[in-house]
Design a protein around this ligand. Structure first.
Ligand code: ATP
Length: 439
């Protein structure tokens, strides 16, 4: 079998569809991967002009600029990219390389350390050798428990997402408005009645159903800062010094108020974590409660949201009034929410007249993340087709229904264990929502 050069076909296809961002990115990446950074750079730049928030375009442009020796503009792109929450290892490691070129060894070492935490294989890369001598870095596997929160440089975001970007979830949006948004907007009124604003909302439910997404959109909705923390990672990393670091984390949110502080994987606050020594676990939980209560330091302007897939393991002290006193079930999206999510996911993509309601009907039990996977499969297939024919075609209802058949709904597994808790650990009726849903 012989392979012909895909570049002319891609260029032809782009002539028909110059605004097709995935296609342009594909061309740019093909060029860059075969060492043609000079040709790739304008393609990435054009993709970024068409889709200014596209992270693949930003990263690709930064890679091209780096290869062309244009370090200052590459640095600017990577500074912004790695400020986002959950930056990818590849972004961080390229950032480290560019910083190294510009002489900022300390920051380079910090970024590399974060990249190596995600991708073990980097620990044996040339970059590890070059940075081994930098004091902040020390060894490739640093004692991160010594790192303060500020040194870890957790990203503070200013999300652009709002509730309009969240499909369905109307009841949850309303609860967040009532509990978090209105009190913040009417702080004076609450003060006048001597009512403290505080406490948080704990969301639970199957994975991929939009808990993180709605937390980020809450911040966007009120133009607040957003800090997302994966609590399990943080606690494990900070064993021994978790109390101090938890305090710093809350403090950072207070300094940047209004701020939504979002704790993902809140199951880390379980009553008895087997991987924590009992006393360590208790100390961290007490510290967390103190910070949450805001007795010593006011939490004014700090909105606390948390998410867990296993709320039944949470220490009951967190459930008291003024703490996580609202526990809200985030179910898999229903048919109309699935239709809304699909519509949102297709925004900005070349589509023909898609029957979103039909696809929503065919995707029962799919989470938001599953729907995203459906779209990824459909786009991937469309690109392959376009490369063969040289003509990009818009996505159709059929493409999406075919793609949906290749994705397995991921929420069923969660319900099979949740059902037991809802039946046997539901003294106060907290989990009635699960039982209602299962009916
Ligand atoms: P986990 O428990 O695994 O952390 P999660 O409940 O926090 O999952 P998200 O990470 O928020 O789920 O959702 C995964 C992706 O699915 C999001 O990045 C988003 O693209 C999409 N998504 C989920 N729900 C919605 C929704 N209601 N509207 C729009 N997009 C959604």
């Amino acid at each position: 079998m012989t392979f012909s050069d895909p570049v002319p076909a891609l260029r032809d296809a782009l002539r028909f569809s110059p605004d097709n961002v995935p296609l342009r990115l594909h061309l740019a990446e093909t060029l860059l991967n075969r060492g043609e950074a000079e040709a790739a750079e304008p393609e990435y730049a054009e993709a970024l002009r068409l889709a200014p928030e596209n992270t693949a375009a930003k990263f690709g442009l930064a890679r091209s600029l780096f290869q062309l020796g244009q370090f200052p503009p590459a640095l600017k792109l990577l500074d912004a990219l790695t400020q986002q929450s959950n930056p990818e290892a590849a972004w961080l490691s390229l950032h480290a390389r560019v910083l190294l070129q510009t002489g900022d060894m300390t920051k380079a070492a910090q970024q590399f350390r974060k990249a190596a935490e995600q991708d073990e294989s980097l620990k044996t890369s040339d970059l590890a050798d070059q940075l081994a001598a930098v004091p902040v870095f020390g060894s490739v596997a640093p004692q991160s428990s010594d790192q303060s929160f500020a040194q870890r440089g957790e990203a503070i975001e200013r999300p652009k997402l709002t509730f309009a970007d969240v499909g369905g979830m109307e009841e949850l949006k309303e609860q967040i408005r009532l509990k978090i948004i209105y009190p913040l907007a009417n702080a004076e009124l609450f003060k006048a009645y001597g009512k403290a604003i505080g406490g948080g909302i704990l969301m639970y439910g199957p994975p991929g159903c939009g808990k993180t997404h709605i937390a980020r959109a809450t911040a966007g909705e009120i133009q607040a800062n957003f800090i997302a923390v994966g609590l399990n990672d943080v606690l494990d990393m900070w064993i021994g010094s978790s109390e101090r670091n938890l305090h710093e984390l809350f403090d950072q949110a207070r300094r940047n108020s209004p701020c939504v502080l979002f704790f993902d994987e809140a199951d880390g606050l379980a009553a008895s974590r087997s991987d924590f020594r009992q006393s360590d676990s208790r100390k961290v939980i007490n510290q967390f409660l103190m910070e949450l209560d805001g007795v010593e330091y006011s939490n004014e302007g700090v909105l606390i949201l948390a998410a867990t897939n296993t709320p039944w393991h949470l220490d009951s002290a967190f459930r008291r009034p003024g703490r996580f006193d609202r526990i809200l079930f985030v179910p898999p999206p229903d048919q109309s929410a699935r239709s809304a999510i699909l519509r949102l996911l297709c925004k900005g993509k070349p589509v023909s007249d898609i029957d979103f309601d039909f696809i929503a009907k065919k995707t029962k039990d799919f989470s938001g993340a599953d729907l995203k996977a459906v779209l990824d499969v459909a786009v991937e297939r469309k690109l392959q087709e376009a490369m063969k024919t040289g003509r990009p075609q818009p996505l159709t209802t059929k493409d999406l229904t075919n793609a949906a058949q290749t994705v397995k709904p991921s929420t069923r597994e969660w319900f099979s264990s949740a059902r037991n808790y809802a039946i046997h650990a539901n003294q106060d009726g907290t989990y009635n929502d699960i039982l209602d849903y299962l009916k």
